[in-house]
Ligand binder design. Structure first.
Ligand code: DQA
Length: 138
């Protein structure tokens, strides 16, 4: 059974409540239930943290064991060389995802420190970005 780890970064614990015009009305927990139902042939583990170092620790923890990591690092995408290095340090391929189309938003969101270290990037499809990343790993 393939093992996929979803990692969500800062403020993504507030999905469903946070800026619904941008991020929608669904909580990540509700979406995750649906994702696990759709892809019962694989294990989908989930971790969220608002703390950069905890995201790095999780990448280290699963990055030699899991088949894929789906990472939405939130705003750390646009700032974190440490997350770039963590992605490069592990064996498991990482797909960077974003719910919104960051290129259609403020210019500070146009830069990703993570994309060069990732296998691919999926963005702008709402919550469905995560499902598309699962598809890509399968
Ligand atoms: C986000 C886009 C980021 O720019 C923002 O800081 C987030 C969410 C997205 O999923 O669209 O927190 O990663």
């Amino acid at each position: 059974m393939k093992k996929i780890q979803i990692i969500n970064g800062p403020n993504l614990n507030l999905l469903g409540k946070r800026e619904p015009a941008v991020y929608g009305n669904t909580s990540f927990e509700a979406y995750l239930n649906e994702l696990r139902r759709l892809y019962s042939q694989c294990e989908i583990a989930y971790f969220q943290s608002n703390i950069e170092g905890e995201l790095i620790d999780k990448i280290h923890e699963v990055g030699f064991e899991f088949d894929g990591i789906i990472l939405n690092a939130g705003a750390y995408t646009h700032t974190s060389i440490a997350l770039h290095d963590a992605i490069k340090a592990v064996k498991t391929p990482v797909i960077e995802v974003h719910i919104s189309n960051v290129h259609a938003r403020e210019s500070f969101r146009h830069i990703s420190f993570l994309s060069p270290a990732c296998k691919g990037v999926i963005l702008g499809f709402g919550m469905d970005s995560y499902r598309l990343a699962v598809e890509a790993f399968l």
